[in-house]
Design a protein around this ligand. Structure first.
Ligand code: HAM
Length: 429
């Protein structure tokens, strides 16, 4: 039989990476709690129809989709937003708004594997349901910035756009939703020339072509200058202008925050998922050219799933990329500073006593490893030393008679006898 390997695009996280991943997940959960987001757990497998509805061609074509044994068309979730919108349209339909939901788990896309791009990856997903005001968009942006900083990343930057700016223009020019989606997909790939040609084929005016050509060039860190330029370009397109104004209000809130968030505006910025109706954004750090997270406003999705018209805004953070970013920036979360103890019975007769001592230590929250290999003391202690454990507790007949054990400091290579009822005190000091 040939050697088994993980599937292409799938990977194992070994202890050190797994520890970092769990640290990032703990940080995501802590930030969720800080902002009042309640965690829910949704299924990995959902109906294809739900997941595909507004995923956009790119994500749709990369779904792990199959028929289950009951003949249903199903898929592994490529993201959480569709599942949350399903709940908001059904189980949570009478929930008071605003309503804050948090999900964390693995998601699946048949992407071409490369650095930071896997077929199974982890997201933390925050959805703020029921609020249409710019404060809600700003909350998602500020929360994302906080998460990235608390995870330990440096020089985090955000790129912000608003799909309403270009869609507003296309709508006024009579381009239907389906054609608009195709244009936005090309914009997402930064194929602006092809995007504008496609819009031309849908019958937009010459003036509109000029406006779009200039709009997609509008970007930069002087966000309010970019906004003024966008206003000027969109001045004849009412809905588009409203979108620029909405973007400005969001930026006012984000840049007025105490923690100055590094933002840039990009008028031609679109995202692969089709459900966005307003502000869209992505996060970056200097050493990685792929987004560490992204999201935006989607005011029509809940309605599409049969619920009431419900405004919503959210974000998903790519936790594998946060991990990669931390590795790039040489930021390793501190290991728990806890003591580790190895408990060794000298003879078989002391095994039960040794287990009782282990229990005593574990009850006090100390990490204990028991001897399970039946080794001689020298070998077992050498191994505990090699694995950088702090102490060995040696349980022997003579000491037990005096309610004592030997405690050996593996780092200092010193040992002495200690009463069992003093053991915890000794380890704590
Ligand atoms: P998304 O931009 O498709 O948005 O994914 C969010 C993040 O997941 C990306 O920014 C990236 O960090 C990570 N990611 C995406 N694909 C991969 C991959 N193949 N390997 C590793 N990481 C990846 C969403 O999923 C939306 N549901 C976000 C959202 C929530 N919008 C509103 N609410």
């Amino acid at each position: 039989m040939s050697e088994f390997k993980t599937l292409r695009g799938m990977r194992d996280l070994l202890p050190e990476e797994a520890r970092m991943m769990i640290f990032i997940q703990d940080t995501a959960r802590r930030v969720a709690r800080l902002y009042g987001y309640k965690e829910i757990i949704t299924p990995v497998v959902e109906t294809y129809e739900l997941l595909a509805a507004k995923a956009g061609d790119e994500v749709r074509s990369r779904m792990f989709a199959f028929k289950d044994l009951g003949g249903r068309d199903v898929a592994l979730r490529p993201e959480f937003t569709a599942s949350v919108a399903r709940l908001v349209a059904t189980t949570f339909k009478n929930e008071a708004k605003p309503f804050r939901i948090f999900c964390l788990g693995s998601v699946y896309r048949y992407d071409e594997p490369q650095r930071g791009r896997h077929r199974e990856f982890w997201q933390s997903d925050y959805e703020l349901i029921g609020a249409s005001r710019p404060e809600a968009d700003a909350e998602i942006l500020i929360l994302t910035d906080r998460l990235m900083r608390e995870a330990g990343l440096k020089d985090v930057a955000m790129k912000i756009g608003h799909v309403g700016v270009i869609r507003g223009i296309l709508s006024q020019e009579g381009v239907d939703d389906r054609e608009q989606n195709a244009v936005m997909q090309l914009m997402d790939k930064k194929e602006y020339g092809s995007a504008i040609s496609l819009a031309e084929k849908s019958g937009i005016s010459e003036k509109c072509v000029k406006v779009l050509e200039q709009l997609v060039q509008c970007k930069g860190n002087s966000v309010f200058e970019v906004i003024d330029r966008m206003k000027e370009l969109a001045k004849d397109y009412g809905k588009s202008l409203e979108s620029v104004e909405n973007l400005k209000q969001i930026l006012d809130l984000v840049t007025g925050n105490d923690d100055v968030i590094n933002v840039s505006v990009d008028a031609g910025f679109a995202r692969g998922l089709e459900y966005y109706t307003g502000m869209v954004f992505e996060m970056f750090i200097p050493t990685l050219d792929i987004a560490l997270g992204g999201g935006g406003r989607y005011d029509k999705l809940v309605e599409l799933f049969g619920g009431e018209s419900t405004p919503a805004v959210g974000v998903a953070h790519g936790l594998d990329r946060v991990l990669l970013g931390l590795q790039n920036q040489k930021m390793t979360p501190k290991a728990e500073g806890r003591k580790t103890v190895f408990v060794f019975p000298i003879k078989e007769e002391q095994r039960a006593h040794a287990l009782r001592i282990s229990k005593l230590l574990r009850d006090a929250g100390i990490m204990v490893e028991d001897e399970v290999m039946g080794r001689k003391m020298t070998k077992a202690l050498e191994d505990a030393d090699r694995r950088k454990m702090d102490y060995a507790i040696i349980v022997g007949e003579r000491e037990l008679k005096e309610e004592s054990v030997v405690i050996r400091d593996l780092k200092k290579r010193q040992q002495h006898t200690v009463k069992i009822d003093q053991l915890l005190n000794e380890l704590r000091t």
